[in-house]
Design a protein around this ligand. Structure first.
Ligand code: DX5
Ligand code: ZN
Length: 230
């Protein structure tokens, strides 16, 4: 794939200094920020919600792109709060909703309103995520209505898990069927695994611990981008 974007996941960063950690990632060349929202129900872990996103937006200004990875049981509930708080993309889980079509429509409508508040951001984009156990065929009917598909390469809930290579056929199938769709991978992606994602056709790369653990995040981000864009 050409022109891969790298979105660090700040889940495993120093959460007491979240603003500074986000700035550190942006200064290190991050193309966007992947923000993991967990409700302790859809996944067995809790992180943060829209009030924290609003604070980050105030601190970081209008430019950085916030990809909200909503690992929550009621994704319908947080669209408007997240839009107002300054999200750029609302990435919800297909497993968490009975009516993906209505949710997509709601995200688009709220995004138009939110645009009034955050002029430079553009409309709220739609991401649709699937867990490792979910077949990609369930995502396909929505692919033409979304901006990005997220193929999870770990069971959502925690950073630092092992990359599931057997998810790559999903990415490859989506790339073949939907050539212009943005496809994101998330979980266990780092210098050792990014080439597999790129070969399969992913063009948005989330990486958490591989970047956060490094003393030199800039070189890791550059490496990921270069390998992926080859
Ligand atoms: C896992 C999260 C991921 C995670 C990625 O549930 O969705 O974004 O933080 O971290 P690594 O790259 O360490 O797997
Ligand atoms: Zn994530």
């Amino acid at each position: 794939a050409s022109g891969c974007k790298i979105g660090p996941s700040i889940l495993n960063s120093d959460l007491a200094n979240l603003g500074a950690e986000c700035l550190r990632m942006l200064d290190s060349g991050a193309d966007y920020l992947h923000l993991d929202v967990m409700d302790g129900h859809f996944v067995p872990n809790i992180t943060f919600g829209h009030p924290v996103v609003e604070s980050l937006r105030k601190q970081l200004g209008q430019d950085p792109f916030f990809d909200m990875h909503m690992m929550v049981s009621k994704p319908e509930q947080w669209v408007k709060p997240m839009a107002v708080a300054g999200a750029n993309q609302y990435t919800f889980h297909l497993e968490a909703t009975e009516n993906p079509g209505a949710l997509i429509k709601d995200i688009r409508e709220n995004g138009m309103k939110a645009e009034v508040q955050w002029h430079s951001q553009g409309p709220l984009q739609v991401g649709l995520a699937i867990k490792p156990g979910t077949s990609v065929e369930y995502l396909a009917p929505w692919a033409n209505q979304i901006d990005m598909a997220l193929v999870m390469t770990v069971e959502p809930g925690f950073g630092g898990q092992k990359f599931m290579e057997d998810m790559m056929p999903k990415v490859h199938w989506l790339r073949t069927q939907f050539p212009s769709l943005d496809i994101e991978v998330d979980g266990g992606v780092g210098p050792d695994t990014v080439h597999k994602c790129a070969e399969a056709g992913a063009n948005m790369i989330v990486s958490g611990s591989a970047i956060m653990r490094s003393e030199d995040p800039r070189s890791v981000i550059n490496l990921l981008r270069n390998v992926c864009s080859e």
